[in-house]
Design a protein around this ligand. Structure first.
Ligand code: PBG
Length: 327
């Protein structure tokens, strides 16, 4: 093996063209999925307090936003709904005229080259903010799964292109797959939030989606942040149940998990750069403590380098603009 002075690793770093030539990881527009928060009303655009540049939008505004997203060359959005009415069983989630169902129909009618992914969960629709039906303080798994399957079907009926269950109940992927197939949606893919941790990084999302649990937390269904082997078991069971793509969430603090899941299963793998990751970069950027644009790109390159094929990120529009500017 050659050693110094024969071996000089810096040879490939002096010239920017050579650097471009040997670069191993690229971030492209095709990697991006942009999350959107839909609220009732007309002409509503409320900035989320803890997420500068992210808005709750009424359907008319969301449709315009989707046109811009399509123009920028971002291939997909994922929708989260905030209903005007919440109840114990989250009925707004599977109402054929619910906020998401209406939003999907409106977007699909006006925006052609954009994949609409819907997040399937009950937490935004329940009065208690939990991800399922409660008995006392316990979330009932199997009862919740039937409602999630109903929710998924109603999203598909509205025109959703991809269904993304984020609830972490056991068995929901197979229940959703069966329900979709039974209704003739056998070609609609499932992107499962297979590996989702009980993370403090979701804080700002709960402002955006108005979905903070009224009591307790999500540790009875979301994963313990200390576990890594368990992530492989979660991913494996979702794949066996029929997930077409799997997700790891959050992303930045879980690069090891993305890497292990990708290595082991070789599945199309998404990573979610969640609200807290975005908020931290934004806050430090606003204070001029870091170079926001540079750290944005670095954080996303790192997620791709770890093995993610696609990234859900609130920076999607900024990234698309950056890529246009730096062509
Ligand atoms: C649940 C859901 C959550 C996020 C996406 N889907 C919140 C939670 O599990 O509490 C968080 C996303 C983010 O923080 O950006 N419907």
């Amino acid at each position: 093996m050659a050693t110094f002075p024969t071996k000089r690793l810096r040879r490939l770093r002096y010239n920017p063209l050579v650097r471009d030539m040997v670069r191993e990881t690229a971030l492209t527009k095709a990697d991006l999925i942009y999350p959107l928060f839909v609220v009732p009303g007309n002409n509503v655009k409320n900035e989320v307090r803890s997420m500068p540049g992210v808005y709750q939008m009424s359907i008319d505004v969301v449709v315009e936003e989707c046109k811009e997203v399509e123009q920028l060359g971002i291939p997909a959005v994922i929708l989260f709904g905030i209903p005007d009415h919440k109840d114990e069983v989250g009925s707004g989630a599977y109402d054929p005229n619910g906020i998401i169902q209406q939003a999907v129909r409106a977007i699909k009618a006006e925006v052609k080259d954009l994949l609409v992914i819907t997040d399937v969960c009950l937490c935004e629709y329940t009065s208690h903010g939990h991800c399922g039906v409660l008995e006392g303080e316990n979330i009932l798994n199997d009862e919740t799964v039937s409602l999630l399957a109903k929710e998924a079907v109603s999203h598909a009926q509205a025109g959703a292109d991809i269904i993304a269950p984020s609830d972490m109940m056991d068995g929901r992927v197979s229940a959703i797959r069966k329900a979709l197939d039974y209704k003739g949606f056998n070609n609609i893919p499932i992107l499962s939030y297979a590996v989702k941790y009980a993370s403090g990084f979701y804080g700002p999302f709960r402002d955006a989606a108005e979905s903070a649990p009224a009591f307790g937390d999500r540790r009875s269904h979301q994963m313990d942040v200390a576990n890594s082997n368990e992530a492989l078991r979660e991913a494996e069971s979702d794949i066996e149940e029929g997930a077409d793509m799997i997700m790891v969430k959050p992303a930045g603090a879980y690069l090891d998990i993305i890497w292990r899941v990708k290595e082991k299963f070789g599945m199309p793998t998404a990573a979610y750069q969640v609200s807290g990751e975005y908020a931290m970069i934004k806050a430090a950027g606003k204070n001029n403590w870091i170079d926001e644009e540079r750290v944005m790109i670095e954080s996303l390159i790192a997620i791709k380098r770890a093995g993610a094929d696609m990234i859900l990120t609130y920076f999607a529009k900024d990234v698309a603009k950056f890529l246009d500017k730096n062509k």
